[in-house]
Ligand binder design. Structure first.
Ligand code: XMP
Length: 511
């Protein structure tokens, strides 16, 4: 069994980041919620180390998240971060109190002492703090190993038992050398070498599916997004023509995207690629729909219906494969529940199609790991590094009712925006960029004639998590070039505007 670290989730906002930091060290990590992980699970899990995450609670309050104290007797090294550190102190007889005027937030100067955790780390350093409680008294057997101006026990440890607590957040980049601190825990304290490589994982998965699926048939819904695409190529390497990929073409993808997806899968991989042309059905069902949520609903339902119909034509299929990834599984805080993706990510499929089970080859992987596998299996960059694209596609970027003509206008304008941005080499490349067709006609002049035509909006945002976003400051010269090209090359468009709203208050999409 591969050696691994358990990241025990107490509800803090950086929990996935901790698990990813460990994986970046080429060590496998699992993120599990404290409230459905028993001491027996931990004992049987063969973990080489445990990290307690931060969390928003106070350890001394009733019903605060906690863990069976026997965890400290298992002989497994433990690192507690923020709430996790306070929990260690609290459970082992120390005192945690409200920090009152001593709470700290943001980058804070810190002084590290002697500790395996701080080996080869600069002693006077900067860490990221975010706490309103603090450990005022250490449990017996613990010594202090770092201090800040306001925090007398910024780090502490029981060396013999290999139990460590840090009040700050080594997982965030604001903590200088924070990755090295996690690295010291994983390598020096837990003694773990580099053993986790996603490329090996891919190879092993392929072998595993080869052996277990043999001649069973598997069906997968391909959306063109990175997750379902990587799941498809991985399975195709294992079972070849026993994999059936249904790609529902609803006509709402970006310019040439559907043809490109077909080309990639037909030319490069051994599988059954089934492109279903359902453009007319979708457009028909959407023809008088202008309300955004209704559009989503219609598209979701149509998708399921088309998929169901097509799959029936294939005869007996044994398994349904899905591109579920690790964040889909752990987001709920309950890692035992397999979250079926909702319709927009191609899933949410009815259970009664009659499969023997569901296969999720990527359910242990983070997005960046899925991308690495995609590259290693030869998927092109446009698919592997595709910017997020909403499942309902251009339907939510055409304000008001949708027609074939409007789709074509938007596709053309959007393609120009993407082409110009991608060839521009600007250093603040937005994380998501697209065009929106506003439901607003406006007056223009083309040649000497007055025109009355469409308005297109350019939307470019910079964001880390897509939960909040800033509009990107695209250089005016580039915006001018894009605007000129759009009005010259897309004859229906007479006006181009740039959206300068951040999220909040606006959302990234217009609908
Ligand atoms: P908003 O517009 O909510 O978008 O700020 C945040 C991110 O989610 C994407 N998005 C969707 N993705 N189905 C999807 O699969 C949807 O219905 C949907 N709506 C928004 C959006 O593109 C952005 O990346």
């Amino acid at each position: 069994m591969i050696k691994k670290i358990l990241v025990l989730d107490f509800g803090g906002q950086y929990n996935q980041l901790i698990a990813r930091r460990v994986r970046d060290l080429n060590v496998y990590s699992e993120l599990k919620s404290y409230n459905n992980t028993s001491i027996e699970d931990i004992e049987n899990g063969a973990y080489s180390g445990i990290i307690f995450t931060g969390g928003p609670h106070s350890v001394y309050k009733d019903n605060a998240p906690s863990i069976d104290k026997r965890i400290f007797d298992l002989g497994i090294p433990i690192l507690g971060i923020c709430y996790g550190a306070q929990l260690i102190a609290h459970l082992l007889g120390g005192v945690v109190e409200k920090a009152e005027d001593k709470s700290e937030y943001g980058n804070t100067e810190i002084n590290y002492g002697e500790s395996d955790l701080f080996d080869s780390i600069q002693k006077n350093n900067v860490c990221f703090m975010s706490h309103t409680d603090y450990v005022s008294k250490l449990p017996n057997g613990f010594i202090v190993t770092a201090k800040t101006k306001n925090c007398p026990h910024a780090a502490f440890e029981n060396r013999d038992k290999k139990i460590y607590g840090v009040q700050f957040h080594p997982e965030v980049t604001h903590t200088r050398e924070g990755k090295e601190i996690i690295g010291n825990f994983v390598r020096r304290v837990c003694g773990l070498e580099k053993t986790w490589f996603v490329e090996d994982f891919a190879k092993e998965s392929i072998e595993k599916y080869k052996a277990t699926l043999k001649d069973k048939k598997v069906l997968l819904a391909l959306s063109g997004g990175v997750d379902s695409a990587v799941a498809a190529v991985l399975l195709s390497k294992a079972i070849g023509k026993n994999l059936y990929c249904i790609f529902v073409d609803h006509g709402l993808l970006r310019k040439d995207e559907a043809d490109n997806i077909e080309k990639v899968f037909k030319n490069n991989y051994d599988l059954n690629f089934i492109r279903v042309n359902a453009v007319d059905k979708f457009l028909n069902d959407l023809h008088d729909v202008d309300e955004p949520e209704k559009k989503r609903k219609v598209i979701g339902e149509d998708f399921i219906r088309v998929f169901e119909e097509e799959s029936k034509k294939l005869g007996k299929i044994n398994y349904l494969a899905q591109g579920t990834i690790y964040p889909d599984v752990v987001e709920s805080g309950n890692d035992k529940a397999s979250t079926i993706k909702s319709h927009h990510n191609v899933g949410g499929l009815p259970e009664n199609i009659g499969f023997d089970g569901i296969i999720e080859p990527l359910r242990d992987l983070f997005k960046d790991e899925v991308r690495k596998i995609g590259v290693s299996l030869g998927l092109p960059k446009e698919i592997v590094y595709r910017q997020p694209f909403p499942g309902p596609g251009l339907a939510v970027r055409i304000i008001g009712c949708i027609t074939k003509e409007k789709i074509k206008i938007l596709q053309d304008a959007d393609a120009i925006l993407r082409e110009e941005l991608e060839s521009s080499n600007i250093d603040n490349m937005p994380n998501q960029y697209f065009a929106v067709l506003a439901d607003t006609k406006s007056v223009g002049v083309k040649g000497d004639a007055r025109t009355y035509g469409e308005t297109v909006v350019l939307r470019c945002v910079s964001t880390e998590d897509f939960m909040t976003a800033y509009f990107t400051r695209i250089p005016f010269d580039l915006l001018e070039k894009i605007s000129n090209r759009i009005t010259n090359e897309v004859k229906e468009i007479v006006r181009v505007v740039y959206d300068i709203t951040s999220k909040p208050p606006a959302t990234i999409e217009w609908e």
